[in-house]
Ligand binder design. Structure first.
Ligand code: NI
Length: 131
């Protein structure tokens, strides 16, 4: 597998105050806040020193991250890996013990590119994105 780190997903309760705090740390916005109606979350991308972070904030009580928010509060919660061999690497990860927690779905905040979330008991949640 040739996986490249694409971004670090960061759970935040209030996206506007998170953006302002990350700006104070020297991050700048690379993509303004987009509403993902499939997952009911607001998403904003920021960058610093070549590191890309994705701020994810629940937009409703039934959003995919509302449960995680209660558990983790404001916290990084996944690393996303980009791959040119999405289908093959997805299957390899599953056979290596990663459990898919959804199925490949387009991500409106990422130009509709397909993403899938997986989890492993030893490393927690990861995201795979089609290159
Ligand atoms: Ni992500």
């Amino acid at each position: 597998m040739a996986l490249k780190v694409h971004h670090i997903g960061y759970l935040v309760k209030k996206i506007e105050s998170a953006i302002s705090s990350f700006e104070k740390l020297g991050y700048h916005i690379t993509q303004d806040t987009v509403y993902d109606d499939i997952r009911q979350v607001n998403i904003c991308f920021m960058e610093k020193d070549g590191y890309c972070i994705e701020l994810v904030s629940p937009a409703s009580e039934t959003s995919v991250v509302s449960g995680l928010m209660k558990k983790f509060k404001n916290s990084p919660y996944h690393i996303c890996y980009e791959t040119e061999n999405f289908d093959e690497d997805y299957m390899t990860l599953v056979s290596d013990g990663f459990m898919a927690i959804d199925s490949p779905t387009p991500a409106p905040a990422l130009q509709g590119r397909e993403v899938v979330f997986l989890t492993s008991a030893s490393v927690g949640m990861i995201e795979l994105i089609r290159s």
